[in-house]
Design a protein around this ligand. Structure first.
Ligand SMILES: [Zn+2]
Length: 61
């Protein structure tokens, strides 16, 4: 008998600090303003695209 650990655990992605004031960075996917400051380095996603990316990165099936 062998134990199988075939569960799906989505990895938490590092998130930049949300900004309270603009200018806000644009979403790299839909160009909508995100909640992150324009000075944020790296990929910025709006809540909608971030959720979709999370779904895509999660185990499918
Ligand atoms: Zn977006």
């Amino acid at each position: 008998m062998s134990e199988s650990t075939s569960y799906c655990a989505p990895e938490p992605a590092p998130k930049p600090e949300p900004a309270t004031e603009g200018p806000f960075a644009a979403c790299v996917l839909c160009q909508e303003p995100t909640e992150y400051p324009e000075s944020t380095k790296g990929i910025t996603l709006c809540p909608v695209c971030a959720w979709q990316e999370a779904q895509r990165n999660a185990c499918s099936g």
